[in-house]
Design a protein around this ligand. Structure first.
Ligand SMILES: [Zn+2]
Length: 131
């Protein structure tokens, strides 16, 4: 079987911009986080790339380290009454998370595409083991 090379950073970039990692023309998501079964432009099967909890975990990791951690160094966070600061901080974190999650999921699927990790292989291995 011929090895197909998909550049990692190009595939991740296409996923980040919500586009098919194979052609960069079709949309990756049908709804907010729902991956299209097939690319509308090139027909590539997009649903076979496993995302599972990876994008959610990575989103929490990034937002925790890049936003929550550094925010604790600002005295205003500690000096303001929690009744005022908590609703503002939690609303901002929720918005940032909702914006970041589909981009990170797209990048994740782009990475799965580049590394050629698919659900189908997993199912085939399971089927082989059952035989
Ligand atoms: Zn495509």
């Amino acid at each position: 079987m011929a090895e197909i090379h998909h550049p990692l950073f190009r595939s991740i970039g296409r996923g980040l911009s919500h586009h098919c990692p194979a052609c960069a023309k079709g949309r990756l998501f049908g709804k907010y986080l729902k991956v299209q079964p097939r690319c509308e432009a090139c027909g590539h099967e997009l649903a076979r790339y496993p995302a599972d909890d990876g994008p959610a975990y990575l989103t929490i990791l990034l937002i925790g380290h890049l936003i929550v951690g550094p925010a604790l160094f600002f005295p205003i966070v500690w000096e303001t009454s929690p009744a005022i600061s908590l609703p503002i901080i939690l609303t901002a974190l929720t918005l940032v998370t909702l914006v970041a999650l589909p981009r990170i999921k797209g990048a994740w699927i782009g990475m799965m595409y580049a590394l050629q990790v698919t659900d189908r292989e997993q199912r085939l291995h399971t089927a082989d083991a059952a035989d």
